[in-house]
Design a protein around this ligand. Structure first.
Ligand SMILES: [Fe+2]
Length: 184
């Protein structure tokens, strides 16, 4: 069974032993190895949203529900992150800055995540995420810092140029995605 309070305590304990993502990753891998239990504990995904499960200056835990076929623009976090999938799929594209100092990025790699998969992102990683399936995807995203207060960047989907990350705008994308699914 998946108990949210216990999961949070496990993440906190892992972080206390090792401030890197190494032990937290093990906690998340254990959780998503039993996806049915996570679904029961967090509830079946019903709409695209970001649920804040835990939020502190050194640790943020989110339940991210991606809308069908939803894509978010490349962004960084400026802290490590661990993603664990408990329902659906998440395709990650990894990006790197062009060496010309333009602020533009180019694609550098990709990883397709399925149920039970865990991906670790280093402090400076830039990624974009797509849910490539026609139903909701559920993922636990854990960050080694304050996800909402940290200054960071996003890259325009069309020009791939760097801009300031706007957390509120990012959250609005989930509402917009829900509106698209429901139609006009
Ligand atoms: Fe991200």
């Amino acid at each position: 069974m998946f108990d949210l309070e216990y999961f949070i305590a496990e993440c906190r304990a892992a972080l206390a032993v090792d401030p890197s993502q190494k032990l937290v990753r093990e906690v998340i891998a254990r959780a998503v190895s039993e996806p049915a239990a996570v679904l029961k504990g967090l509830g079946e995904p019903k709409r695209a949203e970001v649920q804040k499960l835990y939020h502190a200056s050194d640790l943020t835990i989110l339940n991210v529900i991606w809308a069908p076929m939803m894509t978010i623009t490349p962004h960084n976090h400026q802290m490590w992150a661990v993603i664990g999938i408990y329902s659906g799929r998440e395709d990650n594209i990894f990006w790197r800055r062009l060496p010309d100092g333009s602020g533009r990025v180019e694609a550098a790699g990709a990883r397709a995540l399925s149920v039970g998969d865990v991906e670790t992102l280093g402090h400076n990683i830039i990624h974009s995420v797509t849910n490539p399936i026609p139903r909701l995807t559920g993922a636990i995203h854990v960050y080694g810092g304050d996800f909402f207060a940290t200054e960071r960047s996003e890259w325009d989907s069309e020009t791939l140029m760097e801009g300031r990350y706007d957390a509120e705008r990012a959250m609005r994308r989930f509402d917009e995605a829900n509106a698209i699914q429901c139609g006009p």
